[in-house]
Design a protein. Structure first.
Length: 129
């Protein structure tokens, strides 16, 4: 004798993902993630020129001030960072003592070098557009 199938249909469609605890369909999060990335990308594209300009200005200011402090004032590079304006915490400094130059970097956006020249003081390198 053949047995009858006594399993009840679950009412769930075959391709749907369900939460094991509630039995309700799970919401997909990737569309929200894609939308958020698109919005961030659009904002970055819109504000790129001002951000890049501020980064280049901050790196140039940092290089010039640190170069003067280091090679004119004779102070250590770590001490020269105290002369920075508030909000310049992201600017990092490095020096090349034989060339008498200081390079300031703003992460991922800008880098500028100032070199000490006798009689001229610290002079920035030309900007590259």
């Amino acid at each position: 004798m053949a047995t009858a199938n006594t399993t009840k249909p679950s009412g769930k469609s075959p391709g749907t993902s369900f939460s094991s605890s509630t039995g309700k369909p799970r919401r997909r999060r990737w569309p929200w993630l894609v939308a958020a990335l698109v919005v961030v990308g659009a904002l970055l594209a819109f504000f790129w020129r001002p951000l890049n300009g501020y980064a280049q200005t901050g790196a140039s200011y940092g290089a010039r001030v640190a170069c003067s402090c280091r090679f004119v004032g004779g102070r250590s590079l770590g001490d020269c960072k105290k002369d920075f304006e508030p909000g310049m915490g992201m600017v990092t400094l490095s020096e090349d003592v034989p060339a008498k130059s200081v390079t300031a970097r703003f992460p991922l956006l800008a880098k500028q070098t100032a070199t000490y020249r006798e009689g001229w003081g610290c002079v920035l390198e030309d900007w590259k557009d």
